[in-house]
Design a protein around this ligand. Structure first.
Ligand code: ATP
Ligand code: MG
Ligand code: MG
Length: 380
């Protein structure tokens, strides 16, 4: 029986493991924590740091092919493993995604426009920032996610103060763009170059965290969708990427489409594929890693995904108590996915609810009902 390895024990790893097991693979998860969502469901768990050479050697010994579920896994860990086993995505691809400055350079070289920006690594670059980039968002080049490591700034003085607050680590200042909608496109590419994609996903963020994804994208005309898909495929092709890749876009009020960032793995905005498509993004990651065929995935149902953050577990009377799932599950076409996290915390991703229906309108209405029951905002 072939064995697949995953670096990282979070929910993405858990859903990867479930998909791999369904296809007959054994799974090994390497994660520093004794208990993790993916470690709990894999056949084997190696508790080690990502750069622990003993842990990596054991992972390589026990696996036929290895992937990552964790965007900030040290690229060196993937490089080390690649000397011993099949690894996808490649360390070089992951390294591009881990640094916003390098990532933006890649977008530009692939001919895909991104937000006007400046790289800030020293006082000279700080002083040289074009005032036209303000108001803007200062983002740390590395390690940010869910809006962490980002500060909105309106003036050069605020910019300098924000950079100090961020400990003067390398940053990117991006112009604050007027967003009509946020979109993402998931592609999967095999080692043989076969490249497939899902339809465009429309994403609503709250407080820097993904809240709702709708597919088909309700507000986006066909030509913009085609542009997004073409751009995503171009970015993956230019990287020679292997595996599932998610590219996030901003659709602007003036109609332009610019790329925001990408994630070298299955993505929160693609969780709808678990119930709305012929193959989920996790299955495609397994297929790409294991060298199985990658037929074009087909969306068979309109879908809405509601993210379930830990906040839902804290009622007004105090907490933590799980929400009333029975009322939500009484609605037609609802699919609950919980990640098995021991403790609910504010802002922590605990699970998601997929809603599928025959039409986008029906899925939207049922999603609104579910949100109402759960006490989630209904402004989507
Ligand atoms: P993720 O968890 O998706 O990796 P992240 O922390 O890397 O998020 P970004 O995707 O860069 O952060 O930004 C988070 C959100 O902030 C975006 O989805 C968007 O809503 C808003 N945002 C980021 N950059 C801009 C911009 N240049 N103009 C307007 N809004 C922006
Ligand atoms: Mg990001
Ligand atoms: Mg993002």
């Amino acid at each position: 029986q072939a064995t697949l390895g995953v670096l990282g024990g979070g929910q993405l790893g858990r859903m990867f493991v479930h998909a791999a097991q369904a296809l007959g693979y054994r799974c090994v998860v390497l994660d520093p924590d004794a208990i993790s969502p993916a470690g709990a469901v894999a056949e084997q768990h190696i508790q080690a740091d990502y750069l622990d050479s003993f842990g990596l050697a054991q992972l390589a010994r026990d696996c036929d092919a290895i992937t990552t579920e964790f965007e900030n896994v040290p690229a060196l860990a993937l490089e080390t493993l690649a000397g011993m086993r099949t690894v996808a995505p490649a360390a070089a691809s992951v390294a591009v995604c881990q640094d916003r400055a390098v990532e933006k350079a890649h977008f530009e070289s692939a001919g895909v426009p991104c937000a006007p920006h400046a790289v800030i690594t020293n006082d000279i670059e700080l002083a040289a920032v074009d005032p036209a980039l303000l108001p803007g968002i200062l983002k740390t080049s590395r390690m940010g996610y869910d809006g962490k490591g980002q500060v909105r700034v309106s003036t050069a003085v605020e910019l300098a103060a924000a950079w100090n607050d961020l400990k003067r680590v390398p940053c990117v200042l991006e112009q604050l763009l007027p967003l009509k909608a946020e979109l993402s496109v998931l592609v999967a590419r095999g080692a043989d170059g076969q490249l497939v994609n899902y339809p465009v996903q429309q994403n609503l963020h709250r407080g820097g965290i993904l809240s709702v994804t709708e597919v088909p994208a309700p507000a986006v005309p066909t030509d913009v969708q085609q542009q997004a898909v073409a751009a995503a495929r171009q970015v993956a092709e230019a990287l020679g990427y292997v595996g599932v890749l998610c590219i996030e876009f901003f659709w602007l009020h003036d109609g332009r489409l610019v790329v925001n960032e990408m994630a070298p793995r299955p993505h929160n905005s693609g969780h709808w594929t678990m119930n709305g498509a012929s193959a989920s993004q996790f299955e495609l990651q397994v297929r790409a890693l294991a060298g199985l065929p990658l037929p074009e995935p087909r969306q068979h149902s309109a879908a809405v995904m509601l993210n379930l953050l830990g906040d839902l577990w804290f009622s007004e009377e105090g907490g933590p108590t799980p929400p009333a799932w029975d009322r939500v599950l009484a609605l037609p076409g609802t699919h609950l996915h919980l990640y098995g996290k021991a403790e609910a915390r504010h802002g922590r991703k605990m699970g998601h609810l997929n809603i599928t229906a025959a039409t986008a309108e029906a899925a939207h209405l049922i999603a609104l009902e579910a949100a109402l029951i759960l006490g989630l905002p209904t402004d989507f």
